[in-house]
Design a binder for this molecule. Structure first.
Ligand code: UD1
Ligand code: CA
Length: 477
């Protein structure tokens, strides 16, 4: 028997109970769609060819499947006439008949691991069976197909709940729906299914009894970890499986040397990568393709999506997306990193600072109350508190550059496009409208005018007037 592997992922069902405009299999846990999890598992186990069977919401599902991997064959099942019919449609879409083994999984079973599929395949191939069912003992088997065994304990059939007798309904070993099948047997068996059952459907599960009748070996590979076989039908199951997945993800990273102070309030998407000695404080969400370097500290109360955090960096009470934080840099508390932010090594984005399309050099600091939009800030520069990079003239966005080791003062406005040279300074309250050459000091606030005795004349008898009088008296005036 050839070792070649084809996977069929069934995803044509309606998902009515989600009550959603979005296709059921496109709902996400761990930052990945349900069908994305299913396709990742079959890819990881080494399926050379993958067929996704789509039906309901198929424009949405097809587009998502193509985005995940354009090499996946998409088979359209116009009418959902049962799992057996879905597999017929998949085989027809393949063109040339598959050889070796066919693995059948569901698009709405997201926790199934490639490791489990690999063990199923080893068992199936090692025993030389026509069909191997991935089964599990379920505390609540209601609704599932039951594994019916003969007096010797050998698998005899799968009986759907609706077709089962009371005795059969007492069986707790369930069909997960995931099967490994010899390709040639599947071709032959699936095209001779009949819909003589309670649901009037073509049951894929009927191929088990057929194999037994034909004297072909069948068996079940029993999985201890029932969660891996759980499907999503409604939002409540979506949340439950999302929480289980997150627990598994946090456990995984703790085993890899990450400190997670409170796993229950820490959410980590499946595609996130972390290095040893990262510390995650409570209320941290690491989403999308976020990566965190060794020794960095994130949180509390921080959400990062597609953010690259360098080694030994600190990010406190921050919301960030599509940004880079350099090694040893510090961010927050209360920072908002918008797309295109790149903070250099040992740089600082401090408290109540918002950044967007901003390249901030090594060791440069933006410590307090500042908006940095569309800017290049050179290494070692320091931006004063309360600075606004005025990047928008009402029509278009423009860039500002601040040179290396420039020191700009508090309450400045930089009206883009404008350039402040290397080593230049600005005075407090300056509005920079024209370029400042290297090494210059720019001041725009003008001479201060002080009108002596103004309060006495214009606000007599007020508490301010009284305070001023007292100050003058005690100064002996
Ligand atoms: C199926 C199994 C049952 C098993 C259970 C596990 C059959 C006959 N029954 O039952 O033994 O215990 O799964 O969850 O196989 N689908 C299609 N096209 C169709 C019908 C279904 O693509 O025409 C897809 C669905 O989108 C879903 C999967 O197949 O991903 C299972 O379909 P579902 O209707 O949920 O099957 P069950 O009746 O629950
Ligand atoms: Ca189901």
């Amino acid at each position: 028997m050839s070792d070649s592997l084809t996977a069929i992922v069934l995803a044509a069902g309606a998902g009515t109970r989600m009550k959603s405009r979005r296709a059921k299999v496109l709902h996400e846990i761990g930052g990945r769609s349900l069908v994305g999890h299913a396709l990742t598992a079959v890819r990881e186990v080494g399926a050379a060819r993958v067929v996704a069977v789509v039906g309901h919401d198929r424009e949405q599902v097809c587009a998502a499947v193509t985005e995940i991997d354009p090499g996946i064959v998409q088979a359209v099942q116009e009418e959902q006439r049962g799992t057996g019919h879905a597999v017929q449609v998949a085989l027809d879409a393949l063109g040339d008949a598959p050889e070796g083994t066919v693995l059948i999984t569901y698009g709405d079973v997201p926790l199934l691991q490639a490791q489990t599929l690999s063990e199923l395949l080893i068992d199936h191939r090692g025993a030389g069976r026509a069909v191997t069912i991935l089964s599990a003992e379920s505390a609540d088997p209601s609704g599932y197909g039951r594994i019916v065994r003969d007096s010797e304990g050998a698998v005899a059939a799968i009986r759907e709940h609706k077709d089962a007798t009371d005795d059969e309904r007492a069986i707790r070993e369930i069909n997960s729906g995931i099967l490994a099948v010899e390709a040639a047997f599947l071709e032959h068996a699936v095209h001779s299914l009949e819909a003589n059952n309670a649901q009037g459907e073509l049951y894929l599960t009927d191929i088990v009894a057929k194999a037994v009748r034909e004297g072909r070996p069948v068996g079940a590979h029993v999985l201890e970890d029932v969660w891996q076989t759980e499907g999503v039908n409604d939002r409540s199951q979506l949340a439950r499986l999302g929480a289980v997945l997150n627990r598994r993800t946090t456990e995984h990273w703790m085993r890899e040397g990450v400190t997670i102070i409170d796993p229950a309030t820490t959410w980590i998407d499946s595609a996130v990568t972390l290095e040893p000695d990262v510390t995650l404080h409570p209320g941290t969400q690491l989403l999308g393709a976020t990566s965190v370097g060794a020794g960095a500290e994130i949180g509390p109360d921080t959400t990062l999506r597609n953010v690259e955090v360098g080694t030994e960096a600190t990010v406190v009470r921050t919301h960030g997306s599509d940004a880079v934080v350099g090694a040893g840099a510090t961010v927050g508390p209360f920072a908002y990193l918008r797309p295109g932010t790149e903070l250099g090594e040992r740089g600082k984005i401090g408290t109540f600072v918002e950044t967007k399309n901003a390249i901030i050099g090594a060791g440069a600091k933006v410590p307090h109350l500042t908006y940095v939009g569309d800017a290049d800030i050179g290494e070692g520069a320091n931006i004063g508190a309360g600075t606004i990079f005025a990047n928008y003239d009402g029509v278009a966005k423009h860039r500002t550059s601040v040179g290396r080791h420039a020191k700009t003062s508090s309450n400045n406005t930089f009206v883009a496009p404008v350039a402040i040279g290397d080593g230049a300074f600005t005075g407090a309250g300056t509005t920079v409208r024209e370029d400042v050459p290297p090494g210059a000091l720019a001041v725009s606030a003008g001479q201060q005018r002080t009108m002596e005795g103004w309060v006495r004349r214009k606000r007599p008898g007020t508490p301010s007037d009284e305070a001023a009088q007292q100050a003058q008296e005690s100064a002996g005036e």
